[in-house]
Ligand binder design. Structure first.
Ligand SMILES: Nc1ncnc2c1ncn2[C@@H]1O[C@H](COP(=O)(O)OP(=O)(O)OP(=O)(O)O)[C@@H](O)[C@H]1O
Ligand SMILES: [Mg+2]
Length: 289
């Protein structure tokens, strides 16, 4: 009798431990009210020029972006959304003749200061592009590419990273039996989720997405949007979109840009229901753009 009791107790204890483990794995999101969250990105008095200063693309941008939020950049074509997005991981450095003035703080560090490790920065600030761009290699190798480059060699560790990233990108169930197949054989929507997995495998803090669903059908779009809402529990996300509906569905904050200026930046709900600026109102109601 005593023996049975002991076993029962042990079983219960095991169950509790299992539950605890699961809770740890799930990393329950912190439910910190928006107002109290830290700023992970702070853009201060930012001017940006192409062509050695001939073309100014951004004018005195100021913006604070809080952790574990989704921020949408909206505005008509050519207003500077992608340019601003790319300043957050110094992707514009790759364009010849660009000049930047002002500050972009990521985790309280001005990333334009001399001595910034740009490679490390880009692992912390990942990017997903408009057109899915998987490398011409297997699904597994796409996701393992970054960690391998960072020096992860252990096969088990790599397997775990790949599995975690694909799970977070909601792609694992689709591809787990085909990891050695070419990534180019995936559908457009799956390729985009693979690119998100590839970015996640680098364990970034921030994810930048430039029109990540503009080439996808409505169902694939919805899947990526659901993913964004899930990912913000762990990451801070900035997304450029031409879809007002998408901005309202996924974002907490929205910035409206016009000709290189940030016209208005506020809670998404406020921007879409009661904007301060007439130009914002005209744009969101489809009067131009
Ligand atoms: N590599 C470049 N060289 C010169 N000018 C550029 C370059 N890239 C962008 N521009 C200019 O900078 C301005 C902002 O461009 P950007 O691509 O940031 O706009 P966008 O808001 O992302 O537009 P879209 O919605 O069409 O993607 C535009 O006038 C554009 O022509
Ligand atoms: Mg763009």
């Amino acid at each position: 009798m005593a023996e049975t009791k002991k076993t029962e107790w042990n079983n219960n204890q095991d169950k509790e431990l299992e539950i605890l483990d699961e809770a740890k794995i799930m990393k329950k999101p912190k439910k910190v009210p928006l107002k109290q969250r830290e700023n992970v990105i702070e853009i201060k008095n930012l001017d940006f020029f192409y062509n050695h200063g001939e073309k100014q693309a951004l004018f005195n941008i100021n913006m604070k972006i809080k952790e574990n939020t989704v921020t949408a950049f909206i505005g008509p074509s050519g207003c500077g959304k992608s340019t601003l997005l790319r300043t957050i991981n110094r992707m514009n450095d790759l364009v010849d003749g660009t000049i930047i003035d002002g500050e972009v703080m990521v985790n309280d560090f001005n990333i334009y200061e001399a001595g910034t490790d740009v490679v490390k920065l880009r692992t912390q600030v990942g990017m997903v592009f408009q057109k899915a761009n998987p490398f011409p290699m297997s699904i597994y190798d796409n996701v393992a590419f970054g960690p391998r480059n960072q020096g992860v060699k252990d096969k088990n560790a790599l397997n775990q990273i790949v599995e975690d990233a694909l799970k977070k990108a909601a792609l694992w169930d689709n591809v787990k039996d085909f990891l050695k197949d070419s990534a180019l054989g995936l559908s457009g929507g799956q390729q985009q989720r693979l690119c998100i997995a590839r970015a996640i495998a680098m364990r970034p803090k921030i994810l930048l997405m430039d029109e990540p669903t503009s080439a996808l059908d409505p169902i694939a779009t919805l899947k990526v949007e659901e993913l964004i809402l899930k990912l913000k529990e762990e990451y801070t996300i900035v997304i450029v979109t031409h879809s007002m509906a998408q901005a309202t569905r996924v974002s907490d904050y929205t910035g409206f840009f016009l000709q290189g200026e940030l016209v208005e930046f506020d809670r998404t709900k406020k921007i879409f229901t009661n904007p301060k600026d007439k130009k914002t109102e005209d744009y969101i109601s489809g009067r131009f753009g």
